[in-house]
Write a protein that binds this ligand. Sequence first.
Ligand SMILES: Nc1ncnc2c1ncn2[C@@H]1O[C@H](COP(=O)(O)OP(=O)(O)OP(=O)(O)O)[C@@H](O)[C@H]1O
Length: 573
Amino acid sequence: MSRSIALLRQYLAPHWRKATALAVLVLLNAGLSVAIPLMLGRFVDTAQTGGEVRALLVIAGTFIGLTLVNQVIVSTAAYHSEDLGWLATNRMRADLVGHTLDLDQDFHQRHTPGELIERVDGDVTTLAQFFSSFVFHVLGNTLLAIGIVVASFFLDWRIGLVLLTFGVAAVLVLRRTQHVAVPYFTALRQTNADLSGFLEERLAATEDIRGNGTRNHVVGRLTGLLDELTRSMRRAGVASRASSSALELSVALATVGILALGSVLLGAGTMTLGALYVGYHYAGLLSMTLFKISYRIDQLQLAVASVGRIAEIHDRPSAVVDGPGADLPAGPLSVAYRDVSFAYTEGKPALREVSFELAPGETMGLLGRTGSGKTTVGRLLYRGQDAGAGQILVGGVDVRELTLEQLRSRVAVVTQDVRLFAASVRDNLTLFDDTVPDERIVAAIAEVGLAGWLDALPEGLDTPIGEGGGALSAGESQLLAFARVFLGEPDVVILDEASSRLDPATERLTQGAQQRLLAGRTAIVIAHHLATVRCLDHIVVLDDGRIVESGRREHLTDDPGSRYSALLAGVGA
Ligand SMILES: Nc1ncnc2c1ncn2[C@@H]1O[C@H](COP(=O)(O)OP(=O)(O)OP(=O)(O)O)[C@@H](O)[C@H]1O
């Protein structure tokens, strides 16, 4: 809880002026809301005692004027509380996304993108709503409720006593009945989350579902979930009615109490009609105020839970941290692995004492069965995760000595599964860096042999590409990923070759682009096709995380006993 408060303070502190202004507006609003009904009481009393029309007009004018001012205050306060909520939480949202992107691979393996979206968007939105409604409604209405009770004691202590009793009773009733509804709302939220998860998964797998002819099963399962949602909604709706019914009953009792008291006291001449009128008005205002508070208190509980979940990510340190920074030589860099071991899960090593060296500009093909550790070798080089034992050097410097920015500006990765964004060709290539000039982008596209493709695009670099690269073939996506690397001008490239087969023409295009990409750069190519490694300098064969063969490619080719030549001969390793 204290961490949650510290987190809120951290994001609200820069906006303290706005927060103070808001507090003043809320205070003014509460004061005016209590004062305005008193004008009505005065009006009634003045009229009843035969007061002058002029005096009545002054009271009526003041009443209208104050009501107008109060409305302006309410609107300004509502605007500022929304503004404050979103200002503070948008900063938090941006920080969370940045932090999440910095977190190590291990974290990302443990948390699905859906879960992270729920934190960054769902939880932070809850918090924004909390800010905008809590500060304004809960704080404002609590002040108003206290103001009403205090003012009613000044008006007539007996009315004060009735309203105080009603207020305390209503709070108790509301708290009790609201607890009744909470489990139903929790269940409803869970059913909603299940439904979203179901739809997200099925829509992402449209092709598989169609391909396997399972459309009707999916729709059947969805109908089941929708039935469950209807049941949950019904239960939650009935349960939430319980609290409002209870409140309405207490309001009725309070109104009857005030009117009964008023009729007795009016008859005895110890209370004015105006006071009775104001008391009656206060009873309604107080009940509405209490109802709003109790409704928002639920949001407060949700917000506290959200802050807790946000803090969990916010405070999670990355297992991979910046090094102090060190000087790297210019140009292609050497790469050396010295007895590198690594395990994702304790006791199940993915790499065992892996050692190899590449001189600046040398290229290496990494071969091995699926699960032998090839991707892991690359991941440790750009510090997606850190080696458990041993040392990895780039340009003669331990990768942990470098800042992550330093390292990743010199070492680039092309993953197997190229991700394209629902954005323009330009943004997909620069990854949203506006400072890259168009000429460089066009040149990079030409380098990978897609100049003709670009010329045919209706809006050139501004042409939007579909999310997930929907409108592009696997080969084109791969080539665009190469173009990204050309733009970054790294000195070391890790290339996880796409395992899927491309058509022969595209394959020739990617092979050509790949050769241009690797020229003058140190490279590790995780190869799934032997054709790819035919132009590389070294070959390393991995098996169960261990290097079982390594050497210059031509030596291994010439050695009939080598695993590599066995692979070439199509015998298998
Ligand atoms: N994030 C992870 N968490 C736990 N284990 C993992 C993780 N990633 C890989 N592994 C395991 O580590 C071992 C090496 O995996 P790696 O992905 O490096 O193999 P690979 O040779 O690249 O496989 P492929 O050719 O299928 O891509 C495998 O046993 C794999 O199951």
